[in-house]
Design a protein around this ligand. Structure first.
Ligand SMILES: *[C@@H]1O[C@H](CO)[C@@H](O)[C@H](O)[C@H]1NC(C)=O
Ligand SMILES: *[C@@H]1O[C@H](CO)[C@@H](O)[C@H](O)[C@H]1NC(C)=O
Length: 338
């Protein structure tokens, strides 16, 4: 890192984004107020997205109604739970994938069907290079630079896109996502990069008298040790969480960026189809049907939490509480916090 030059550049970008993002907020608060008070009658020429945003209840399908309900709830929860309006920097926008051709912004959240969404966006932005999302190997979908992210644009371009594009993200029950991340990164022998990078540190810190082989490989982290690592204040002081267990709230900034659609993993198929329809790309691509066999569900999460003490369950719940609240997930039945 070349500090002096990078520092100046960063300062310049930050100042620029401060200015322009303020403009973005002004522009989104106004139409919002207009929708609330106006109750405008529907027009036949509206796009599907406009119907979703301000259409009559009667015109909306059940899926659209539930999408709108979620969006309204998110807005309300944000008003209730966030005090200050922080200013976004381009660094905050690294998870927002941009499709300029179709006017789409997708915030990707690992462990929530993000490989398939990235494949879909590669088809949409690929100028005919791909037609079938599933023909794209998973590792290729994750190569950095294949898809453009909003952080790569200038602040003016960022704000143009935030104002006019269809913005969506997909979320999942936070603890099911967490257990899924744990199983994928720490219980599969092939994930040696994660074992080295995180496993060795977790074992060093959270295991009493570890064997030298365990310390060296970091390959047998237990779920309990992983939880201790997450709630340890040192962890986030040292570096941000890895994206696989970082909260959606921190990855996608749903209280600062007004997403049009909040899809859920629990209703992935209808929600994905609704997004594709709203985006007007149903002729170009279909969301791949997923294999359900390896899904982490509530029962599995309950089994993993059984061996976590109430003390740590409570701490972990506090850590992920905002994701539960913003996306209307209820406190899991199995949770013991006392
Ligand atoms: C929030 O969750 C509750 C309980 O699961 C459900 O009944 C309600 O419809 C949800 N609200 C929205 C807006 O999705
Ligand atoms: C926000 O606060 C209002 C007023 O206290 C309450 O009625 C509403 O249920 C809250 N909504 C959410 C999503 O937290």
């Amino acid at each position: 890192m070349k500090m002096p030059r990078g520092g100046r550049l960063f300062l310049a970008t930050s100042l620029g984004s401060l200015l322009v993002l303020v403009l973005y907020f002004q522009s989104i608060t106004r139409p919002e107020a207009a929708v609330k008070t106006g109750g405008r009658p529907g027009k036949s020429s509206r796009s599907p997205l406009q119907s979703l945003l301000d259409g009559d209840e009667l015109e909306l399908s059940a899926v659209q109604r539930s999408l709108r309900g979620r969006r309204d709830l998110l807005e309300q929860a944000c008003r209730n739970h966030t005090r200050k309006r922080r200013v976004l920097s381009p660094e905050d926008l690294k998870h927002l994938i941009v499709d300029d051709k179709h006017g789409l912004i997708y915030c990707y959240v690992p462990k929530v069907a993000c490989t398939n969404w990235k494949r879909v966006l590669m088809v949409l932005t690929g100028d005919g290079r791909y037609t079938d999302p599933l023909s794209i190997p998973a590792n290729e979908a994750h190569v950095a630079g294949r898809l453009r992210t909003l952080s790569e644009f200038s602040t003016v371009e960022i704000n143009q896109r935030l104002r006019s594009y269809l913005k969506f993200l997909f979320v999942r029950e936070p603890f099911e996502r967490l257990v899924s991340a744990y199983r994928n990164k720490f219980t599969r022998s092939y994930n040696t990069a994660f074992h080295k990078r995180y496993g060795t540190k977790i074992i060093r810190r959270h295991r009493a008298e570890p064997r030298p082989e365990a310390l060296a490989a970091g390959a047998d982290v237990s779920f309990g040790e992983f939880v201790q690592y997450l709630v340890d204040p040192r962890t986030q002081r040292e570096e941000p969480f890895n994206e696989h267990w970082e909260r959606v709230h921190s990855l996608c900034h749903p209280c600062l960026i007004r997403y049009d659609v909040v899809g859920k993993y629990e209703t992935l198929e209808p929600d994905a189809a609704a997004v594709i329809r709203l985006a007007g790309v149903e002729d170009a691509v279909q969301f791949p049907a997923s294999a359900k066999s390896t899904r982490t569900d509530g029962d599995m999460a309950a089994r993993f939490f059984k061996h976590i003490s109430p003390f740590y369950q409570r701490k972990l719940f506090n850590l992920y509480r905002m994701d539960f609240t913003l996306f209307n997930y209820s406190t899991p039945q199995y949770l013991r916090t006392r």
